[in-house]
Structure formats: structure tokens, C-alpha cells
Design a protein around this ligand. Structure first.
Ligand code: ADP
Length: 412
């Protein structure tokens, strides 16, 4: 009861606080991005019979070849990017430890193939084995707000009903399944659906040291205004109130250490994206839309709004892209198809992939079982979702790299 009262008191405070907009944020990137680091080099066990082979392959040769391998998205070689963490040579067998910038790396196979080809050009190399690890890099190193959160990714849409919250849930749980630490912040204050979609409706955040502790579902930390207000009652939101909620969700929630904080924004170009952009340095925004012209016009407006707010657009997802009949396999493009890819090209932003219309996607959202989205749907659905998650993760890495290099970003 005491916890409930404390939470209510905090909610009351945040709903009724008239908060001034924060001053312009300024982002000073780092030279402190993890550099190449020390590369551990181990030689294989010395059996006299193997000495000839071992001495013929040197670590310098291997490292020189690895310098010719570029990360296909970051367009730099994997040594310069600090991705090679160790090399060991045992006779003709070379083993390379590679640390990816995201556990959901979409280009792992390509990197593996490029390493294999490059290292095998060294005379005497018989096999090349790649050992993977991943450490998500921060796009906001040194940030005073949420210092433990490496990337803040907004999910927005030009209009409601296109599957924005669904996409936010898929991204959060998709990244979590790959091994990342993820939080999901429901900033859609006008229609908070994340508690239902993630199966934590009715949960109440506990309070610890005057901070709200977000409930966890399936390993994802979740915070939503839906935990605190009666969803059946109409709430009239004034601009300062929404800003108050966003500020409290950023400052008074114990998010801890996260690789990704996914923020589900309300549709359109209103107060909340503005508050978020003014409150915290963001990695970027993902825009969700359906393929028909009218939705694309709204999505284009959303992309331009984020540009104005100096929030980079990570790309566009086409949802409800097509429908495959589960009985006969017939494909229907109910809302047209391919419009988002064309719009992304025109706007010069990445296309992050398409999610088909499917009854399971709707059902798993309604019943709050997000994990099933990755396992219990037809293959064309789970594969499409996995591709969207890894492409988005790749674009977040690209943006982190760019932001770590950029001199200064500021919102005027
Ligand atoms: P928004 O956040 O844009 O308002 P939602 O994510 O709440 O949209 O989705 C609206 C409705 O459409 C929900 O019932 C959701 O389950 C359903 N939905 C979203 N994407 C799909 C899809 N690809 N296939 C089937 N139903 C979907």
C-alpha cells in the first residue's frame, strides 16, 4: 500500500507540474569511444612438428590482413574500429576474436566471409575461425542524463494505427533476444498500449530511493503512464504536463545500464517528440508507416520534423506491407506495397524493412506475449521481423559511430 501511495504521489506530482522546457541540449561527442584497445595474440601449443608452420604465419601478417577487412556498414577496417580483440595461431589454424557493435549485427556472415578470405591469402593458413562477442557502443558517451543508457531510440509515426507501438515492442524484444539490455518507455501518453502488448497491464512500479523501478517483462524494463492512470478515463494533456511526464520518465526512473532504450512516441508531430528531443540526446528516430500514399505523406512529415529537431532519422519501417493467405499462400497487397522504401529513398534515409500483415502479430500483441512474435508465427513473418530488428540495430551502430565522431550537435 505504501508503495502504491508513493507511486501515486509521484504521478500526481508529474501530472501537475508545470515544467519549463529544458535549455537546448548540447552533445559533445567523445574521443572516449572505446578505441582499438589491446589485441591479445596467442600462439598455439608448440609441438616440434608444427614449428615450421607456426613460424611461417606471424601475427603481424594476420593483423595486416585484418586491416583490409571493412565493416560493411561502418566503412572502416575492423582493426581501426577496435573490433578485433584477439588473434591466436596454432599451426595453420588461425582464430580471430571479433567484438561486434551489436549482438543483432545484420552483417555477421559477410564479415566472417571477408575475414576468412583475407586471412587465407597468407601462405600456410589452413583454417580461419571467428569467435564472436558483442558490445553495444554508446551514441551518447559522457551524457549527463541517463549515463548508463548507451542508445535512446524513438519510434514515431505520422499517424495512429500504423503499428508504431507494435514495432516498438518488436524492436525492444528482438534486441533483448539477441542478448542486449533493453528498456521500453511508453511515451504515447494519449494511448498507452505497451503494458497490454507486453503482458504487464496492472503492474505498478515500485519506488526505491525516490526513483520509480520499472516493472520487467521478459527481460525488458518497461515504464508507461498506463501503469498509473485509468486508461478508460479521458485525460486532457496540456503541453507542460506531457513534458513533465517525459522528464520524470527520464530522470526519476531507475533505468540502470541499458544498451537500448526504445521510446514509443505518440503519433504525429506534437509536444512529446519535442520534449524528448529537448530533454535528452537521442541516437535517432525510427519512423513506422503503412505503404499507401496518405500514410506516406504523414511519415514524410514525421521524418522532416525529426530533422528539424536535429534527431537523426535511423530509417523507415513499412508495416502491414503485404498479406500471405495461410491457407492457399496467395499474396495480397491490401495497403499497396513498397511505398515506404520509395519514400525512404527520396528522403535519403535508410529503409529498415517490411513487416507483413498477419493475424498472429495482432493476437500476440493483444494477449501480451511478445516473445511469441519471434517463434510462433509463420516463417515469412518471423524472418521479416528478425530482419527489421537486425537492420535497425545496424543503423543504430552506424549512427553511434557517426555521433561519436561528430564535433558537436545542438538543438537551436
Ligand atoms: P499505433 O501504435 O501506430 O497506433 P499499434 O501498434 O497499436 O499502432 O497497432 C494497431 C493495431 O494493429 C493493433 O491491434 C496491432 O496489434 C495491429 N497490428 C499492427 N501491426 C500489425 C501487423 N503487421 N499485422 C497484424 N496486425 C498488426
Amino acid at each position: 500500500m505504501a508503495v502504491w501511495d508513493a507511486t501515486n504521489a509521484m504521478v500526481w506530482k508529474l501530472l501537475h507540474s508545470s515544467v519549463e522546457l529544458l535549455p537546448n541540449w548540447c552533445y559533445i561527442p567523445s574521443g572516449c569511444r572505446a578505441g582499438p584497445g589491446r589485441i591479445g595474440v596467442a600462439s598455439g601449443s608448440a609441438d616440434q612438428g608444427e614449428l615450421q608452420d607456426m613460424s611461417s604465419i606471424s601475427e603481424d601478417q594476420v593483423l595486416a590482413q585484418l586491416r583490409t577487412v571493412n565493416d560493411p556498414e561502418l566503412h572502416k577496417d575492423i582493426i581501426t574500429l577496435g573490433m578485433v580483440k584477439g588473434v591466436s595461431i596454432d599451426g595453420g589454424a588461425v582464430r580471430v576474436q571479433v567484438q561486434l557493435t551489436t549482438p543483432a549485427c545484420p552483417l555477421k556472415d559477410q564479415i566472417r566471409g571477408d575475414i576468412d578470405r583475407a586471412v587465407k591469402t597468407i601462405p600456410g593458413v589452413a583454417t580461419v575461425e571467428v569467435e564472436w562477442s558483442a558490445e553495444v557502443r554508446s551514441s551518447r558517451p559522457g551524457s549527463a542524463q541517463l549515463p548508463g543508457v548507451k542508445n535512446v531510440v524513438a519510434v514515431g509515426a505520422g499517424k495512429g494505427g500504423v503499428g508504431k507501438s507494435t514495432a516498438a515492442v518488436l524492436l525492444a524484444y528482438g534486441l533483448q533476444r539477441m542478448g542486449a539490455k533493453v528498456g521500453l518507455m511508453d511515451a504515447d501518453v494519449y494511448g498507452p498500449s505497451i503494458p497490454t502488448m507486453t503482458g504487464v497491464e496492472g503492474s505498478v512500479p515500485t519506488v526505491r530511493n525516490e526513483m520509480m523501478v520499472p516493472p520487467e517483462a521478459g527481460g525488458v524494463k518497461i515504464m508507461s503512464i498506463g501503469f498509473m492512470v485509468d486508461r478508460s478515463k479521458a485525460l486532457i494533456w496540456r503541453g507542460p504536463m506531457t513534458h513533465g511526464v517525459i522528464k520524470q520518465f527520464l530522470e526519476n526512473v531507475e533505468w540502470g545500464e541499458l544498451d537500448y532504450l526504445i521510446v514509443d512516441l505518440p503519433p504525429g508531430t506534437g509536444d512529446v517528440p519535442l520534449s524528448l528531443a529537448q530533454s535528452i540526446p537521442m541516437t535517432g528516430a525510427v519512423i513506422v508507416c503503412t505503404p499507401q500514399d496518405i500514410a506516406l505523406m504523414d511519415a514524410t512529415r514525421a521524418v522532416k520534423m525529426y530533422e528539424q529537431l536535429n534527431v537523426p532519422c535511423l530509417g523507415v519501417i513499412e508495416n502491414m506491407s503485404y498479406y500471405l493467405c495461410p491457407s492457399c499462400g496467395h499474396r495480397d497487397e491490401l495497403f499497396d506495397h513498397g511505398g515506404a522504401a520509395a519514400a525512404a529513398k527520396e528522403l535519403g534515409v535508410p529503409f529498415l524493412g517490411e513487416i507483413p500483415l498477419n493475424a498472429n502479430v495482432r493476437a500476440f500483441s493483444d494477449e501480451g506475449t511478445p516473445e511469441k512474435q519471434f517463434t510462433d508465427s509463420p516463417d515469412h513473418v518471423t524472418e521479416a521481423i528478425a530482419a527489421v530488428v537486425s537492420t535497425t540495430a545496424g543503423q543504430i551502430s552506424v549512427m553511434s559511430e557517426k555521433q561519436a565522431e561528430a564535433p558537436t550537435l545542438s538543438v537551436e
